[in-house]
Design a protein around this ligand. Structure first.
Ligand code: FES
Length: 68
């Protein structure tokens, strides 16, 4: 079970271990306690499901994380 999921303003979800992550192809990633990964939520990453920074570098992703 993930220890914490953090919604980054105009960026990815940062997920903290311990966690077992399985991508759309069934490839498994084991994230130990104390480590984290960033998961793309903008759709522009070339390394999905992980964020590669393209939310900022390529598309200037704008996704308010708070209800207004
Ligand atoms: S959220 Fe970073 S590349 Fe999509």
């Amino acid at each position: 079970m993930a220890d914490k999921v953090e919604v980054r303003l105009n960026g990815p979800y940062r997920v903290y271990g311990p966690l077992n992550l399985v991508d759309a192809d069934g490839k498994a990633f084991k994230l130990p306690s104390g480590e984290w990964v960033s998961l793309c939520r903008c759709g522009a990453s070339a390394t999905k499901p992980f964020c590669d920074g393209n939310h900022n570098k390529a598309i200037k992703f704008n996704a308010p994380t708070k209800a207004v």
